[in-house]
Ligand binder design. Sequence first.
Ligand code: ACO
Length: 334
Amino acid sequence: MYNSKITGLGFYVPDTVVTNDDLAKLMDTNDAWIQERTGIKERHWIPEGSEDTSAIMGVKAAKIAIERSGLSKDDIDFIVFATLSPDYYFPGCGVMVQNLLELPTVGAIDIRNQCSGFIYALSTADQFIKTGMYKNILVIGAEYHSNGLDKTTRGRGVSVIFGDGAGACILSRSEDTTKGILSSHLHSEGKYADKLIVKSPSIAHWVPEIIASNGEDISYFPYMDGTFVFKNAVVRFSEVILEGLHANKLEASDIDMFIPHQANLRISQFVQKKFGLTDSQVYNNIMKYGNTTAASIIIALTEAWEKGKIKDNDLVVLAAFGSGFTWGSIIIRW
Ligand code: ACO
């Protein structure tokens, strides 16, 4: 069996920065509430008229990752794309990337696991590499949230959290069995699907019904039971990190860099404290980007790596929890 390692990283966020004060002009909220509850100071939103979409941002991030990997785009033999905000209901963003990057007719799949999307995507790519089926897989997490949010006071509990952006990595076959992805652990609990959900449009509840409601049906906006999600997140984050550490006979003290999904700074800080990690062992950037869902871990991983915070042989732990519920962890020897 082969091993797989990350050979290239890249991310892209739109230029437009939306501060908490900017949001306070749209809805009844304020900088103090948002910072205190979430840690977020600002986020990047795609401006009106921009060409950016989840697929296009994913391509921009992918181009950086491919260049840094030293590979040519023709070396990529599979695409895994994670998003909850695809360009189209169908087909998925993976095939958009195949076309936009002008790749040969390689396979492409979309992963629909929301905040855990990148963990699921990287784990999926890892299995294809380890079995020997593919050599170099392009893994993308991208979200275009801003066009789908309720930017009024009614939607403030959700809309202040989310940001737009994309990250990408190349996962490559490696003969070195001591380094690369050591393990991934994935979970789901669908009985809580309605705690964090965008219900419409769905086949069961199609566009004409929404139009017929004359604005009363708002099931196309994300709904979140924030407190319930928060309570589950802190428990599941901790469980799945421990599961990964135990599977590799490692301790929390072995962690060099923990990169949590950027859902809420308070969740990250809770987990940091629970595992006794110092500030230098955890990377957070939710302050600048908000929750970019499937993109958040790969954006944070790329930024931490660009800043020289991840070194050869470091033990890197990635973990996420989100809508589904779904959650997971990946342990990497860099
Ligand atoms: N500005 C000002 N006041 C607000 C805002 C806002 N933006 N949003 C809500 N409030 C008010 C509420 O109306 C409420 O007022 P009330 O007490 O008068 O009713 C009060 O603030 C408290 O609201 P809560 O929702 O209880 O606030 P909470 O402390 O739970 O924070 C938050 C909300 C930040 C959403 C938090 O619950 C959270 O982070 N949850 C977890 C999010 C998460 O992990 N999501 C998973 C990933 S996302 C994915 O998978 C797509």
